[in-house]
Design a binder for this molecule. Structure first.
Ligand SMILES: NC(=O)c1ccc[n+]([C@@H]2O[C@H](COP(=O)([O-])OP(=O)(O)OC[C@H]3O[C@@H](n4cnc5c(N)ncnc54)[C@H](OP(=O)(O)O)[C@@H]3O)[C@@H](O)[C@H]2O)c1
Length: 302
Protein backbone atom coordinates (compact mmCIF):
# COMPACT_ATOMS: atom_id res chain seq x y z
CA UNK A 1 0.00 0.00 0.00
CA UNK A 2 1.22 3.44 -0.84
CA UNK A 3 2.27 5.35 2.26
CA UNK A 4 2.80 8.68 0.59
CA UNK A 5 -0.84 9.76 1.22
CA UNK A 6 -0.21 9.56 4.96
CA UNK A 7 3.06 11.43 4.83
CA UNK A 8 3.08 14.73 6.68
CA UNK A 9 5.86 17.20 6.08
CA UNK A 10 8.33 17.70 8.92
CA UNK A 11 8.16 21.06 10.70
CA UNK A 12 9.89 23.78 8.68
CA UNK A 13 13.47 24.16 9.87
CA UNK A 14 14.85 27.63 9.36
CA UNK A 15 18.61 27.37 9.83
CA UNK A 16 19.97 29.58 12.58
CA UNK A 17 22.74 31.90 11.39
CA UNK A 18 26.18 30.53 12.20
CA UNK A 19 28.53 32.48 14.44
CA UNK A 20 30.44 33.38 11.34
CA UNK A 21 27.41 34.98 9.69
CA UNK A 22 26.37 36.68 12.93
CA UNK A 23 29.83 38.15 13.25
CA UNK A 24 29.61 39.31 9.67
CA UNK A 25 26.24 40.94 10.23
CA UNK A 26 27.68 42.99 13.07
CA UNK A 27 30.60 43.89 10.85
CA UNK A 28 28.26 44.95 8.05
CA UNK A 29 26.28 47.15 10.41
CA UNK A 30 29.40 48.60 11.94
CA UNK A 31 30.52 49.61 8.46
CA UNK A 32 27.33 51.44 7.57
CA UNK A 33 27.91 54.92 8.84
CA UNK A 34 25.28 57.24 10.20
CA UNK A 35 22.14 55.20 9.67
CA UNK A 36 19.89 53.18 11.93
CA UNK A 37 20.98 49.58 12.37
CA UNK A 38 17.67 47.84 13.08
CA UNK A 39 17.13 44.60 11.16
CA UNK A 40 15.05 45.27 8.07
CA UNK A 41 15.97 48.93 7.93
CA UNK A 42 15.47 50.11 4.33
CA UNK A 43 18.62 52.22 4.50
CA UNK A 44 20.72 49.17 5.20
CA UNK A 45 19.13 47.09 2.45
CA UNK A 46 19.70 49.78 -0.20
CA UNK A 47 23.16 50.98 0.76
CA UNK A 48 26.76 50.12 -0.06
CA UNK A 49 28.48 52.53 2.31
CA UNK A 50 31.59 50.94 3.82
CA UNK A 51 31.79 48.37 1.00
CA UNK A 52 34.68 47.94 -1.42
CA UNK A 53 34.39 46.89 -5.05
CA UNK A 54 36.53 45.93 -8.04
CA UNK A 55 35.00 46.55 -11.47
CA UNK A 56 37.11 45.37 -14.41
CA UNK A 57 36.88 47.46 -17.59
CA UNK A 58 35.34 50.52 -15.96
CA UNK A 59 36.31 53.28 -18.38
CA UNK A 60 33.55 52.79 -20.94
CA UNK A 61 30.12 51.27 -21.47
CA UNK A 62 28.62 48.90 -18.92
CA UNK A 63 31.71 48.94 -16.68
CA UNK A 64 31.73 52.75 -16.55
CA UNK A 65 28.03 52.86 -15.63
CA UNK A 66 28.64 50.17 -12.99
CA UNK A 67 31.49 52.11 -11.34
CA UNK A 68 29.18 55.14 -11.06
CA UNK A 69 26.23 53.09 -9.80
CA UNK A 70 28.23 51.35 -7.05
CA UNK A 71 30.04 54.56 -6.07
CA UNK A 72 26.67 56.34 -6.03
CA UNK A 73 25.44 53.81 -3.45
CA UNK A 74 28.48 54.69 -1.32
CA UNK A 75 30.99 51.95 -2.20
CA UNK A 76 34.70 52.59 -2.67
CA UNK A 77 35.57 51.29 -6.12
CA UNK A 78 38.76 50.22 -7.87
CA UNK A 79 38.70 49.78 -11.64
CA UNK A 80 41.08 48.93 -14.47
CA UNK A 81 41.48 49.17 -18.22
CA UNK A 82 44.31 49.10 -20.78
CA UNK A 83 44.19 52.75 -21.89
CA UNK A 84 46.02 54.87 -19.29
CA UNK A 85 44.98 58.40 -20.47
CA UNK A 86 41.32 57.32 -20.67
CA UNK A 87 41.56 55.79 -17.19
CA UNK A 88 43.05 58.98 -15.73
CA UNK A 89 40.37 61.11 -17.39
CA UNK A 90 37.65 58.90 -15.83
CA UNK A 91 39.32 59.00 -12.40
CA UNK A 92 39.45 62.78 -12.47
CA UNK A 93 35.78 63.03 -13.60
CA UNK A 94 34.75 60.70 -10.77
CA UNK A 95 36.73 62.73 -8.24
CA UNK A 96 34.87 65.85 -9.40
CA UNK A 97 31.58 64.00 -8.90
CA UNK A 98 32.60 63.12 -5.34
CA UNK A 99 32.94 59.37 -6.01
CA UNK A 100 35.68 57.38 -4.26
CA UNK A 101 37.30 55.58 -7.18
CA UNK A 102 40.88 54.42 -7.72
CA UNK A 103 42.25 52.66 -10.77
CA UNK A 104 45.17 50.87 -12.34
CA UNK A 105 46.18 49.94 -15.84
CA UNK A 106 45.71 46.24 -16.52
CA UNK A 107 45.15 44.02 -19.51
CA UNK A 108 43.03 41.27 -17.94
CA UNK A 109 44.15 38.77 -20.59
CA UNK A 110 47.61 38.67 -18.94
CA UNK A 111 48.00 36.36 -15.89
CA UNK A 112 50.86 38.45 -14.49
CA UNK A 113 48.94 41.71 -14.82
CA UNK A 114 45.91 40.10 -13.16
CA UNK A 115 48.08 39.26 -10.15
CA UNK A 116 49.40 42.83 -10.11
CA UNK A 117 45.81 44.13 -10.29
CA UNK A 118 44.79 42.11 -7.24
CA UNK A 119 47.87 43.39 -5.36
CA UNK A 120 46.70 46.94 -6.12
CA UNK A 121 43.17 46.10 -4.99
CA UNK A 122 44.44 44.54 -1.81
CA UNK A 123 46.55 47.56 -0.89
CA UNK A 124 43.80 50.04 -1.89
CA UNK A 125 41.28 48.29 0.40
CA UNK A 126 43.58 46.92 3.17
CA UNK A 127 43.02 43.34 2.02
CA UNK A 128 39.25 43.60 2.15
CA UNK A 129 36.98 43.20 -0.89
CA UNK A 130 33.19 42.92 -0.77
CA UNK A 131 32.22 43.14 -4.42
CA UNK A 132 33.78 41.81 -7.62
CA UNK A 133 32.31 42.75 -11.00
CA UNK A 134 33.87 40.70 -13.79
CA UNK A 135 32.95 42.98 -16.67
CA UNK A 136 35.86 43.41 -19.11
CA UNK A 137 35.37 41.54 -22.32
CA UNK A 138 35.39 41.86 -26.10
CA UNK A 139 34.15 40.12 -29.19
CA UNK A 140 35.33 38.71 -32.50
CA UNK A 141 32.42 38.13 -34.88
CA UNK A 142 33.10 35.52 -37.52
CA UNK A 143 32.09 31.96 -38.39
CA UNK A 144 33.68 29.42 -36.08
CA UNK A 145 35.68 27.68 -38.86
CA UNK A 146 37.42 30.96 -39.74
CA UNK A 147 38.92 31.51 -36.27
CA UNK A 148 42.70 31.41 -36.09
CA UNK A 149 44.31 29.77 -33.08
CA UNK A 150 45.50 33.23 -31.90
CA UNK A 151 42.03 34.77 -32.15
CA UNK A 152 40.50 31.85 -30.28
CA UNK A 153 43.13 32.09 -27.51
CA UNK A 154 42.78 35.87 -27.17
CA UNK A 155 38.99 35.71 -26.87
CA UNK A 156 39.13 32.85 -24.36
CA UNK A 157 41.88 34.54 -22.32
CA UNK A 158 40.10 37.91 -22.15
CA UNK A 159 36.51 36.78 -21.71
CA UNK A 160 36.79 33.60 -19.69
CA UNK A 161 40.24 32.77 -18.35
CA UNK A 162 40.55 36.28 -16.88
CA UNK A 163 37.19 35.95 -15.14
CA UNK A 164 38.17 32.55 -13.73
CA UNK A 165 41.59 33.72 -12.52
CA UNK A 166 40.46 37.10 -11.11
CA UNK A 167 37.70 35.33 -9.17
CA UNK A 168 40.28 32.86 -7.84
CA UNK A 169 42.63 35.68 -6.80
CA UNK A 170 39.78 37.68 -5.24
CA UNK A 171 38.43 34.76 -3.21
CA UNK A 172 40.65 35.21 -0.10
CA UNK A 173 39.77 38.92 0.01
CA UNK A 174 36.04 38.28 -0.46
CA UNK A 175 36.11 35.51 2.13
CA UNK A 176 37.90 37.62 4.75
CA UNK A 177 34.87 39.86 5.31
CA UNK A 178 32.36 37.04 4.88
CA UNK A 179 29.85 39.16 2.96
CA UNK A 180 30.75 38.99 -0.70
CA UNK A 181 28.99 39.50 -3.99
CA UNK A 182 30.40 38.52 -7.36
CA UNK A 183 28.61 39.61 -10.53
CA UNK A 184 29.68 38.32 -13.93
CA UNK A 185 28.79 40.35 -16.99
CA UNK A 186 27.72 37.60 -19.33
CA UNK A 187 25.51 37.95 -22.42
CA UNK A 188 22.35 36.55 -23.96
CA UNK A 189 24.83 34.83 -26.30
CA UNK A 190 25.53 32.40 -23.44
CA UNK A 191 21.88 31.31 -23.57
CA UNK A 192 20.70 31.48 -27.19
CA UNK A 193 22.39 31.21 -30.58
CA UNK A 194 23.57 34.43 -32.23
CA UNK A 195 25.03 34.75 -35.71
CA UNK A 196 28.87 34.60 -36.01
CA UNK A 197 29.25 34.45 -32.22
CA UNK A 198 30.14 30.78 -31.55
CA UNK A 199 33.39 31.45 -29.70
CA UNK A 200 32.19 34.52 -27.77
CA UNK A 201 29.04 32.53 -26.87
CA UNK A 202 31.19 29.68 -25.55
CA UNK A 203 32.98 32.12 -23.22
CA UNK A 204 29.67 33.48 -21.93
CA UNK A 205 28.14 30.01 -21.58
CA UNK A 206 31.18 29.03 -19.51
CA UNK A 207 30.69 32.13 -17.35
CA UNK A 208 27.05 31.19 -16.78
CA UNK A 209 27.91 27.74 -15.50
CA UNK A 210 30.82 29.08 -13.42
CA UNK A 211 28.29 31.46 -11.82
CA UNK A 212 26.05 28.56 -10.79
CA UNK A 213 28.93 26.42 -9.53
CA UNK A 214 30.60 29.18 -7.52
CA UNK A 215 27.23 30.15 -6.02
CA UNK A 216 27.15 26.68 -4.45
CA UNK A 217 30.89 26.36 -3.77
CA UNK A 218 31.19 29.76 -2.03
CA UNK A 219 27.82 29.86 -0.26
CA UNK A 220 29.54 28.59 2.91
CA UNK A 221 31.61 31.79 2.88
CA UNK A 222 28.50 33.94 2.37
CA UNK A 223 29.74 34.97 -1.08
CA UNK A 224 26.88 35.27 -3.56
CA UNK A 225 27.55 34.80 -7.28
CA UNK A 226 25.20 35.98 -10.00
CA UNK A 227 25.42 37.03 -13.63
CA UNK A 228 23.70 39.55 -15.86
CA UNK A 229 23.13 38.67 -19.50
CA UNK A 230 22.56 41.73 -21.68
CA UNK A 231 21.30 41.85 -25.25
CA UNK A 232 22.38 44.85 -27.36
CA UNK A 233 23.38 47.78 -25.15
CA UNK A 234 24.66 51.03 -26.69
CA UNK A 235 28.41 51.00 -25.97
CA UNK A 236 31.66 51.46 -27.88
CA UNK A 237 31.88 47.68 -28.31
CA UNK A 238 28.82 47.45 -30.55
CA UNK A 239 28.56 50.92 -32.10
CA UNK A 240 30.10 49.76 -35.39
CA UNK A 241 27.80 46.77 -35.91
CA UNK A 242 24.76 48.90 -35.05
CA UNK A 243 25.62 51.44 -37.76
CA UNK A 244 24.11 48.96 -40.21
CA UNK A 245 20.50 50.21 -40.35
CA UNK A 246 19.10 46.99 -41.85
CA UNK A 247 20.71 44.95 -39.08
CA UNK A 248 19.45 47.38 -36.45
CA UNK A 249 15.91 46.98 -37.83
CA UNK A 250 16.26 43.22 -37.47
CA UNK A 251 17.53 43.59 -33.90
CA UNK A 252 14.47 45.70 -33.03
CA UNK A 253 12.14 43.18 -34.69
CA UNK A 254 13.46 40.43 -32.36
CA UNK A 255 13.26 42.62 -29.25
CA UNK A 256 9.77 42.94 -27.75
CA UNK A 257 10.58 46.35 -26.22
CA UNK A 258 11.73 47.50 -29.71
CA UNK A 259 14.89 49.28 -28.63
CA UNK A 260 18.47 48.85 -27.48
CA UNK A 261 19.48 48.84 -23.84
CA UNK A 262 21.32 51.63 -22.03
CA UNK A 263 24.43 50.84 -19.92
CA UNK A 264 22.59 52.23 -16.87
CA UNK A 265 19.89 49.60 -17.32
CA UNK A 266 22.58 46.95 -16.84
CA UNK A 267 24.48 48.71 -14.04
CA UNK A 268 21.26 49.14 -12.03
CA UNK A 269 20.75 45.36 -11.96
CA UNK A 270 24.43 44.75 -11.20
CA UNK A 271 24.19 47.14 -8.24
CA UNK A 272 20.99 45.46 -7.02
CA UNK A 273 22.80 42.12 -7.00
CA UNK A 274 25.48 43.66 -4.75
CA UNK A 275 23.09 45.32 -2.31
CA UNK A 276 21.95 43.68 0.92
CA UNK A 277 18.46 43.99 -0.69
CA UNK A 278 19.30 40.94 -2.83
CA UNK A 279 20.87 38.91 -0.02
CA UNK A 280 18.91 35.69 -0.81
CA UNK A 281 19.70 35.70 -4.54
CA UNK A 282 22.60 33.56 -5.72
CA UNK A 283 23.42 31.43 -8.75
CA UNK A 284 21.12 33.37 -11.09
CA UNK A 285 21.65 34.56 -14.66
CA UNK A 286 19.46 37.61 -15.17
CA UNK A 287 18.69 38.63 -18.75
CA UNK A 288 18.60 42.35 -19.44
CA UNK A 289 17.33 42.08 -22.96
CA UNK A 290 14.03 43.87 -23.59
CA UNK A 291 12.44 40.42 -23.78
CA UNK A 292 14.67 39.08 -26.60
CA UNK A 293 15.35 35.67 -25.04
CA UNK A 294 11.65 34.92 -24.45
CA UNK A 295 10.59 35.99 -27.93
CA UNK A 296 10.18 32.53 -29.45
CA UNK A 297 7.70 33.09 -32.28
CA UNK A 298 5.78 36.29 -31.86
CA UNK A 299 5.15 37.89 -35.27
CA UNK A 300 5.52 41.66 -35.30
CA UNK A 301 2.83 43.86 -36.88
CA UNK A 302 4.44 47.25 -36.40
N1 LIG B 1 27.34 46.19 -25.28
C1 LIG B 1 26.61 45.09 -25.48
O1 LIG B 1 25.70 45.07 -26.31
C2 LIG B 1 26.88 43.86 -24.66
C3 LIG B 1 25.96 42.81 -24.75
C4 LIG B 1 26.18 41.65 -24.01
C5 LIG B 1 27.28 41.56 -23.17
N2 LIG B 1 28.17 42.60 -23.10
C6 LIG B 1 29.33 42.42 -22.22
O2 LIG B 1 29.47 43.55 -21.38
C7 LIG B 1 30.85 43.70 -21.03
C8 LIG B 1 31.24 45.15 -21.26
O3 LIG B 1 31.03 45.45 -22.61
P1 LIG B 1 30.79 46.94 -23.15
O4 LIG B 1 29.81 46.84 -24.23
O5 LIG B 1 30.56 47.86 -22.03
O6 LIG B 1 32.23 47.17 -23.83
P2 LIG B 1 33.06 48.50 -24.11
O7 LIG B 1 32.19 49.67 -24.32
O8 LIG B 1 34.01 48.10 -25.21
O9 LIG B 1 33.89 48.70 -22.76
C9 LIG B 1 34.79 47.71 -22.38
C10 LIG B 1 35.57 48.16 -21.18
O10 LIG B 1 36.45 47.09 -20.81
C11 LIG B 1 37.82 47.50 -20.98
N3 LIG B 1 38.57 46.36 -21.51
C12 LIG B 1 38.38 45.72 -22.68
N4 LIG B 1 39.28 44.75 -22.81
C13 LIG B 1 40.05 44.78 -21.70
C14 LIG B 1 41.18 44.04 -21.25
N5 LIG B 1 41.71 43.07 -22.00
N6 LIG B 1 41.73 44.34 -20.06
C15 LIG B 1 41.21 45.33 -19.30
N7 LIG B 1 40.15 46.07 -19.66
C16 LIG B 1 39.58 45.80 -20.87
C17 LIG B 1 37.76 48.69 -21.95
O11 LIG B 1 38.87 49.57 -21.78
P3 LIG B 1 40.22 49.40 -22.68
O12 LIG B 1 39.78 49.10 -24.07
O13 LIG B 1 40.95 50.70 -22.52
O14 LIG B 1 40.98 48.27 -22.06
C18 LIG B 1 36.47 49.35 -21.48
O15 LIG B 1 36.66 50.08 -20.30
C19 LIG B 1 31.63 42.69 -21.88
O16 LIG B 1 31.96 41.56 -21.11
C20 LIG B 1 30.65 42.31 -22.97
O17 LIG B 1 30.85 41.01 -23.47
C21 LIG B 1 27.99 43.74 -23.82
Amino acid sequence: MCTCLHWTPPPLQIPKPTNNILRNRSAIKANVVGIEDEDGDRNIRWNLRGKTALVTGGTRGIGHATVEELAGFGARVHTCSRNEPELHKCLSDWENKGFQVTGSVCDVSSPLLREKLMDNVSSAFDGNLNILINNAGFNIRKPMVEFTREEFSKLMATNFESVFHISQLAYPLLKMYGDGSVVFVSSVSGLVSLNAMSVQSATKGAINQLTRNLACEWAKDNIRCNAVAPWYVRTSMVEQVLENKEYLKEVFSRTPLRRLGDPKEVSATVAFLCLPASSFITGQIICIDGGMTVNGFHPTFD
